[in-house]
Design a protein around this ligand. Structure first.
Ligand SMILES: *[C@@H]1O[C@H](CO)[C@@H](O)[C@H](O)[C@H]1NC(C)=O
Ligand SMILES: *[C@@H]1O[C@H](CO)[C@@H](O)[C@H](O)[C@H]1NC(C)=O
Ligand SMILES: *[C@@H]1O[C@H](CO)[C@@H](O)[C@H](O)[C@H]1NC(C)=O
Ligand SMILES: *[C@@H]1O[C@H](CO)[C@@H](O)[C@H](O)[C@H]1NC(C)=O
Ligand SMILES: *[C@@H]1O[C@H](CO)[C@@H](O)[C@H](O)[C@H]1NC(C)=O
Ligand SMILES: *[C@@H]1O[C@H](CO)[C@@H](O)[C@H](O)[C@H]1NC(C)=O
Ligand SMILES: *[C@@H]1O[C@H](CO)[C@@H](O)[C@H](O)[C@H]1NC(C)=O
Ligand SMILES: *[C@@H]1O[C@H](CO)[C@@H](O)[C@H](O)[C@H]1NC(C)=O
Ligand SMILES: *[C@@H]1O[C@H](CO)[C@@H](O)[C@H](O)[C@H]1NC(C)=O
Ligand SMILES: *[C@@H]1O[C@H](CO)[C@@H](O)[C@H](O)[C@H]1NC(C)=O
Ligand SMILES: [Cu+2]
Length: 575
């Protein structure tokens, strides 16, 4: 009996392996190249995929694996990340530069295996090297597996809505200036909706994105915040929005007048076209930026919602659209409207599995810092210093600065000297993190390539605590390789005795990006069931460039199915 079942098991594994290796996977071709685009009255070349901006949408079914053949025909190193795709056992094509791979160099090609598993809903892909993601990004739509349906009535139509950010200047120059001057980044000139600034901006009236709807129908907006520097408020005049999902996972539907969406986050939103059809309505987005005395792009981007049908005279196409009202740029209470209402479905068809027995408690601070200006340089950061940022007082340094290997390659091949395993579980120094008058002696972090090693199968609770060093602000933290349950959040300092009593362990949302509120904290839980090297970082681009990041190494488990797969033969070379 035993023998037969062993044999069947063996044959099963054999069959699975044959399937994995011989199944014809769908290929998509991504050609990274320059293309000219005109916005805000001027034309410049930007880095694109297939000449498109935003880039092409990937459509897949839940659980599918596809191959994206990425060709670099630009003069710039590039990597591509599949944001929110957990890539089970396969960090090799995850994409963050010098974390899991060296960049694809000009003229190079990398065939990236993108492995979908539990994700369903909206995700996105973007470049993960320097600041090239500003223009190299696009949507990923994960449909339910064959025979399954949405947990809400099938919408009439689905529309990706990508929020972006545009500099008139070359974004490579904006990034270089940030690095060489040590100061803050030049602020952008506008935000974008599906690649367009909207008709409140000069020269933009003809190209404004327009959504034509039929009265009485429901539309699914697949929203992505691909902006670089700020959380965004978004609303549609006179229309309520029903949030039904985030980060490739469904939530219990709730109605809102506006949403707050973080860079890195996606949101599935139902729109009922139920307003007077002769009128037109702006869809508008603008920044939530609460740090004191920090200049930011305070412009508003718009698109237009208009009704179609033969009873609508063409003259209505020229009506001035209604403008939605959005919270003011520093309205922190309004910024948490979404995080406070998110609940996962937690039903039979969408079960959840919140870790209850925590094996690994982690407490990480996220801070804006300064580093002393090197002698002989002029630095444009605070008081003539360099801007920096940190987690647990460590300002993360990419290994490229010390070594040509990625952390993943170094880990897999046992190459020493690329990183240390010293990342601390708690801040090295405790202080009143959100206090209003913090000593400037707390501002200087250590600078190092430190990782946190986790055993396979650990149940992790990570509390991320914002600090008020320099200026408290919100931080959208994104984890690669794992989604996590957001079990709690609050303002002020986390209280380890009181705050856990208010956790939602029943139906917390399942996300890959969560905004730590200004001078507040979030608690997330996940189980390490994905061996590999996984980056975690703030998705505000200047903050990650200043070092607000940590790398997790999740070790292999004992069973072969709990171990990393071998690397592909065409991993980009590091030299
Ligand atoms: C918009 O298009 C019209 C007609 O093609 C053209 O005359 C006008 O100059 C365009 N406006 C802008 C701002 O490009
Ligand atoms: C945006 O900020 C600029 C200064 O940077 C200011 O002059 C302008 O009034 C602000 N506009 C809005 C709409 O707040
Ligand atoms: C927001 O900014 C306005 C104008 O700068 C200021 O008057 C107000 O006190 C600020 N509100 C908060 C909550 O910080
Ligand atoms: C924000 O909400 C808190 C708690 O409800 C309240 O105490 C505080 O006054 C509010 N702040 C503002 C600026 O409205
Ligand atoms: C919790 O985890 C620990 C360590 O893995 C284990 O010894 C213990 O039995 C677990 N407790 C429960 C209630 O599962
Ligand atoms: C920089 O200059 C200061 C003061 O002149 C000196 O104390 C320090 O040692 C110098 N640092 C370096 C790295 O040369
Ligand atoms: C790295 O070290 C581990 C444990 O010592 C060993 O099992 C593995 O084969 C080594 N890998 C390489 C590529 O040498
Ligand atoms: C802030 O702290 C410094 C010393 O740590 C003190 O001199 C100063 O008076 C304090 N300012 C306020 C507004 O509390
Ligand atoms: C951060 O690390 C630096 C360098 O090790 C140390 O001097 C400083 O005291 C630390 N600061 C805090 C707040 O832990
Ligand atoms: C691209 O990356 C390689 C090695 O990873 C480096 O040697 C080269 O200088 C980079 N090229 C550019 C244009 O940044
Ligand atoms: Cu941040």
């Amino acid at each position: 009996m035993m023998r037969i079942s062993r044999l069947l098991q063996f044959l099963g594994i054999l069959f699975l392996n044959v399937l994995l290796t011989t199944q014809a996977l769908r290929h998509r071709k991504f050609v990274v190249r320059d293309a000219p685009f005109t916005k805000l009255c001027s034309t410049k070349n930007i880095l694109t995929v297939n000449g498109q901006f935003p880039g092409p949408t990937l459509y897949v079914s839940k659980g599918e694996t596809i191959i994206v053949d990425v060709y670099n025909r630009a003069n710039y190193n590039i990597t591509i990340h599949w944001h929110g795709v957990n890539q089970p056992r396969y960090p090799w094509s995850d994409g963050p530069e010098f974390i899991t791979q060296c960049p694809i160099q000009p003229g190079g090609k990398f065939s990236q295996r993108v492995i979908f598993s539990e994700e369903e809903g909206t995700l996105w892909w973007h470049a993960h090297s320097d600041w090239s993601r500003a223009t190299v990004h696009g949507a990923i739509v994960v449909k339910p597996a064959a025979g399954n349906t949405y947990p809400f009535p099938k919408p009439h139509r689905e529309v990706p809505l990508i929020l972006g950010e545009w500099w008139k200047e070359d974004v490579v120059k904006v990034f270089d200036d940030l690095v060489t001057t040590g100061g803050d980044a030049a602020i952008s000139d506008s935000y974008l909706i599906n690649g367009q600034p909207g008709d409140l901006h000069p020269c933009s009236s003809n190209d404004t994105f327009k959504l034509n709807v039929e009265h009485g129908k429901t539309y699914l907006l697949r929203m992505i915040n691909a902006a670089m520097q700020d959380l965004l408020f978004f609303a549609i005049a006179n229309h309520q929005l029903t949030v039904v999902g985030t980060d490739g996972s469904y939530v219990k539907p709730f109605k809102v007048e506006y949403i707050t969406i973080s860079p890195g986050q996606t949101m599935d939103v139902l729109l009922e076209a139920n307003q007077p059809p002769l009128d037109r309505y702006y869809m508008a987005a603008k920044a939530y930026s609460s740090a004191l005395n920090v200049v930011f792009d305070n412009t508003t981007t718009t698109a237009i919602l208009q009704y179609k049908g033969k009873y609508i005279p063409s003259s209505s196409r020229t009506r001035t659209p209604h403008m939605p009202s959005l919270p003011s740029f520093n309205d922190t209470n309004s910024s948490v409207n979404i995080i406070s209402q998110m609940r996962s479905l937690a039903d039979e068809a969408h079960p959840i599995n919140v870790p209850m027995n925590i094996t690994t408690n982690l407490f990480y601070t996220v801070s804006i810092n300064t580093l002393p200006c090197p002698n002989g340089s002029i630095c444009k950061g605070p008081s003539g210093n360099l801007f920096a940022a940190s987690m647990n007082n460590n300002s993360f340094q990419l290994p490229s600065k010390n070594n040509v290997n990625s952390i993943l390659q170094a880990y897999y091949n046992n190459i020493s000297g690329v990183f240390t395993e010293n990342f601390p579980d708690v801040p090295p120094q405790l202080f009143d993190f959100t206090g209003s008058n913090l000593s400037k002696f707390l501002r200087t972090p250590s600078v190092d390539t430190e990782v946190k090693v986790l055993e396979y199968g650990s149940t992790v609770e990570l509390v991320i605590q914002g600090t008020n060093l320099l200026a408290g602000t919100e931080h959208p933290m994104h984890l690669h390789g794992h989604s996590f349950y957001v079990v709690g959040w609050g303002f002020g300092n986390y209280n380890k005795d009181k705050d856990p009593l208010n956790y939602n362990l029943v139906n917390p949302p399942y996300q890959n990006t969560v905004a730590v509120p200004k001078n507040g904290w979030v608690a997330i839980r996940f189980q390490t069931k994905n061996p590999g090297v996984w980056f975690m970082h703030c998705h505000l681009e200047r903050h990650v460039s200043w070092g607000m990041a940590v790398t997790f190494i999740v070790k292999n488990g004992n069973n072969p199915e709990q171990q990393m797969l071998p690397p592909p033969p065409d991993m980009p070379r590091c030299y």
